[in-house]
Design a binder for this molecule. Structure first.
Ligand SMILES: [Zn+2]
Ligand SMILES: [Zn+2]
Length: 315
């Protein structure tokens, strides 16, 4: 079978490799890509195994043993560490990562597999992985989101920011998304949010940062109203430091929370949102490429509309 293998930072090769060994063999129908995959290619990533490493973590396919269509979840929490025991399985100290969607087949532990609802196409189902992270981030904001009339802001109109905006609209918030690209602002409006180029300071009860730069974290805190919850969703480059304003953190009692990854239950919730159409995956689907074009497609500079790259490993 054909697979995209990382041999080192920047070194992606498409090769014929042996059928992967593991609990359940899945023939990949579609794998979507995100900034994490570009990071894996450019710099490597702590979730990657030793080189040569398989990657791709938003994967849908068909089980070889049962013929059922499944989302191959990218992680299996251990279930026994203190984080798992407290229900915060996204922080599992012994997480098993399941990577390798950019290949014709992937082997996965049965515990990583999620049933895809009938009628949901493979490309849409693959987006349940990032959408689950958005579901998790909104859950991190807690009751602030469901307070009637809550004013929510989303910083960044990439696919994650757009998913967050849609979930906040569904929750009943008055949502403003900020992005410098007009095309992305138009996408946000189509999802039911207001859209602006830059966020006004103050006035937002919930702020979600989905850019992943220290200056954006600071902007998110500046956009918060007193007693607001600020959720930091975008991962900053490794080693980043962020300078924060002390006064609002203290006198305005801002709650600043990180959001990382998701739980298996949040993946199932995301699949249901995509199947029902509450989150329209077509609005977020980009071009489909084969494995041979993956390298260039991942390194292409983003701009214009925010859409996810779709990989069909059989084309
Ligand atoms: Zn991803
Ligand atoms: Zn654990």
């Amino acid at each position: 079978m054909r697979a995209a293998l990382l041999h080192g930072p920047g070194d992606l090769r498409v090769e014929d490799v042996a059928e992967p060994g593991g609990e359940v063999l899945v023939t990949v129908e579609a794998a979507t890509a995100c900034a994490t995959d570009a990071k894996c290619l450019r710099h490597g990533h702590l979730i990657l195994g030793p080189y040569p490493a398989r990657f791709g973590h938003e994967t849908v396919g068909v089980r070889e043993d049962t013929g059922a269509r499944v989302l191959v979840g990218d992680s299996v929490p251990c279930g026994t560490c203190r984080f798992c025991a407290s229900g915060r399985t996204q922080l599992c100290a012994r997480m098993t990562w399941v990577l390798g969607g950019f290949a014709q087949q992937i082997a996965a532990p049965a515990a990583a597999l999620h049933a895809v609802p009938d009628g949901l196409e493979a490309t849409g189902a693959a987006m349940a992985e990032p959408l689950a992270a958005a579901v998790h981030a909104v859950a991190r904001a807690g009751a602030a989101v469901t307070t009637p009339g809550a004013r929510a802001a989303v910083l960044g109109g990439g696919t994650m920011g757009l998913m967050l905006a849609r979930l906040l609209v569904l929750a009943g918030c008055d949502v403003t998304l900020a992005d410098r690209h007009e095309e992305r602002r138009a996408q946000a409006r189509a999802l039911g949010a207001r859209a602006v180029a830059t966020l006004d300071a103050g006035g937002h009860d919930v702020v979600m940062e989905a850019v992943g730069r220290p200056d954006a974290w600071r902007t998110a805190i500046d956009a918060a109203a007193p007693a607001a919850v600020v959720v930091l969703v975008g991962g900053c480059p490794a080693g980043s430091d962020v300078t924060l304003p002390a006064a609002p953190l203290h006198y305005a009692e801002l709650d600043v929370r990180g959001a990382f990854h998701h739980t298996p239950a949040e993946v199932d919730h995301a699949l249901a949102l995509l199947a029902s159409g509450d989150v329209d995956w077509h609005a977020l689907a980009g071009p489909t490429v084969g494995l041979e074009d993956l390298h260039d497609a991942l390194l292409r500079p983003s701009g214009g509309e925010a859409r996810k790259l779709v990989v069909d490993p059989h084309r």
